[in-house]
Design a binder for this molecule. Structure first.
Ligand SMILES: *[C@@H]1O[C@H](CO)[C@@H](O)[C@H](O)[C@H]1NC(C)=O
Ligand SMILES: *[C@@H]1O[C@H](CO)[C@@H](O)[C@H](O)[C@H]1NC(C)=O
Ligand SMILES: *[C@@H]1O[C@H](CO)[C@@H](O)[C@H](O)[C@H]1NC(C)=O
Ligand SMILES: *[C@@H]1O[C@H](CO)[C@@H](O)[C@H](O)[C@H]1NC(C)=O
Length: 419
């Protein structure tokens, strides 16, 4: 009963915000499957697309075949991580699979948005339009040690206000102090922060106005804009992760951690700094920083099959469970892991839901995200939020407007002593 209750609570939490996937705990799902009355949970995520004819599963199976990851797992993992195949394998498999008559037929029947995604999912070599020249994002000039965090924030061209507020509040670059615990006056430590915003392109035809000169001016002033030449749509968000990893691998050798978030999150930066300083010590001594990722982890979700949902994925495109993944509203991972994600992404076909794609890459690296209850990518319950000092206990919360962010940030400072 306890089990069911906790699942129901979680479902409520998800539906309240009108969100995404149906969450099924692994045990429930396994129970359902034991008598053939429901989907069966594969032992590994990669086993499940062995039989399916859904487009994504089929494409990925084609790639996996080359490396035979199931039969010779360790060997092929090593091979893959070192491979310099540079997406050519994905290209090849895409054209081989989509030229089959049966696949073409299926392709034509996909819903419009998914079809649009599927027809460009082999492409990722979109040129950079604007970037912080030669630098790894906005930073202060006198960094005396490697930066602790690079904030990498997904934004869209018109969200000038979100970016301005982030720069002035939780996303300020330079040295930032950690959280004082229990009003102590001692040395609380801190870390250097850097920042970059990730943008696609919205054409003047879409917007009704050409704002490219405004973006260039913004970039010149703040040096924190990274924009690529692809259409900024919901199903193209995965491109921002993949292309950011690539850019990071080239330009950012120093940052220890990346916080990848949306431009409508609120981050308790001092607390995050203190938390990551602790993690740094812990994971360094265990030598596990190369697989460090933390956020709100979602166990075994199923694709959303509701046609009018923004997250709708038809069975003809993808079949099976989603891998375990961390909610994409805000997630933190190490710089080392970022470089590994970049490498592994070259042999994993793009998937239209960005955080699920990151989960697929993690599985392939044999790494697991860590769940932390202070990452509220699905928000507080009202009762929790009303508690005094509630914002001091969290690391990140999703869905706050720019004016709320300003207020919360001021509040966090004002109540620092009593909380
Ligand atoms: C599965 O079905 C069999 C018989 O149909 C039954 O004996 C068994 O208890 C069922 N198992 C579960 C887990 O429900
Ligand atoms: C704060 O520190 C004081 C003494 O150092 C201790 O008595 C008190 O319990 C602490 N309060 C909290 C909330 O930890
Ligand atoms: C993603 O961007 C590319 C390049 O601009 C575009 O051709 C494609 O249609 C976009 N995909 C989706 C799903 O919007
Ligand atoms: C990624 O791949 C490149 C080239 O294939 C290799 O030199 C590098 O060591 C790999 N990086 C990681 C973190 O695995």
């Amino acid at each position: 009963l306890k089990y069911v209750k906790s699942s129901v609570k979680r479902l409520e939490c998800l539906t309240k915000r009108n969100i995404i996937h149906i969450v099924v705990t692994p045990n429930e799902a396994a129970g359902a499957s034991s008598n053939g009355s429901g989907p069966s949970v594969p032992k590994t995520f990669w086993e499940q697309h062995l039989q399916s004819d859904a487009l994504w599963n089929r494409l990925q199976r084609h790639v996996d075949h080359r490396f035979n990851p199931i039969i010779r797992k360790e060997k092929s993992d090593m091979l893959l991580e070192r491979s310099s195949s540079d997406e050519s394998l994905l290209h090849q498999s895409y054209f081989e699979v989509t030229s089959m008559a049966s696949v073409r037929e299926n392709f034509e029947r996909l819903p419009q948005q998914v079809r649009e995604f599927a027809s460009s999912m082999h492409k990722r070599n979109y040129p950079i339009l604007i970037q912080p020249d030669g630098e790894c994002g906005a930073q202060s000039e006198q960094e005396k040690e490697p930066p602790l965090i690079l904030f990498a924030i997904k934004s869209t061209a018109l969200n000038f206000r979100n970016r301005r507020v982030i720069r002035q509040t939780w996303g300020r670059v330079g040295w930032v102090e950690g959280q004082r615990i229990n009003g102590s006056d001692g040395d609380v430590g801190g870390g250097y922060i850097r920042r970059v915003f990730l943008l696609g392109k919205e054409t003047p035809e879409d917007l009704g106005v050409d704002i490219s000169h405004l973006l260039r001016a913004e970039s010149k002033r703040h040096r924190d804009i990274l924009q690529w030449d692809f259409k900024d749509t919901f199903f193209n968000l995965t491109l921002k992760d993949v292309l950011f990893w690539s850019w990071f691998s080239r330009h950012c050798s120093k940052p220890l951690f990346v916080l990848k978030g949306d431009d409508d999150v609120f981050v308790n930066t001092p607390k995050l700094i203190s938390y990551l300083q602790d993690q740094l010590e812990k994971h360094r001594s265990r030598n596990t920083l190369h697989e460090f990722m933390v956020g709100e982890v979602i166990g075994s979700a199923l694709p959303n099959r509701v046609r009018r949902s923004k997250y709708f994925i038809p069975e003809s495109f993808y079949r099976g469970f989603y891998p375990m993944y961390a909610g994409g509203g805000g997630v933190v991972y190490s710089g080392e892991l970022t470089r590994r994600l970049h490498n592994i992404s070259k042999i994993i076909h793009l998937f239209p839901i960005d955080d699920v794609y990151v989960g697929m890459c993690m599985i392939r690296l044999n790494a697991q995200p860590i769940h932390h209850p202070a990452f509220l990518t699905f928000d507080f319950t009202e009762k929790e939020e009303a508690q005094p000092c509630s914002y001091h206990t969290i690391l990140l919360v999703h869905k706050r407007s720019p004016s709320e962010v300003v207020e919360l940030w001021a509040d966090l400072k004002d109540t620092r002593e009593q909380c």
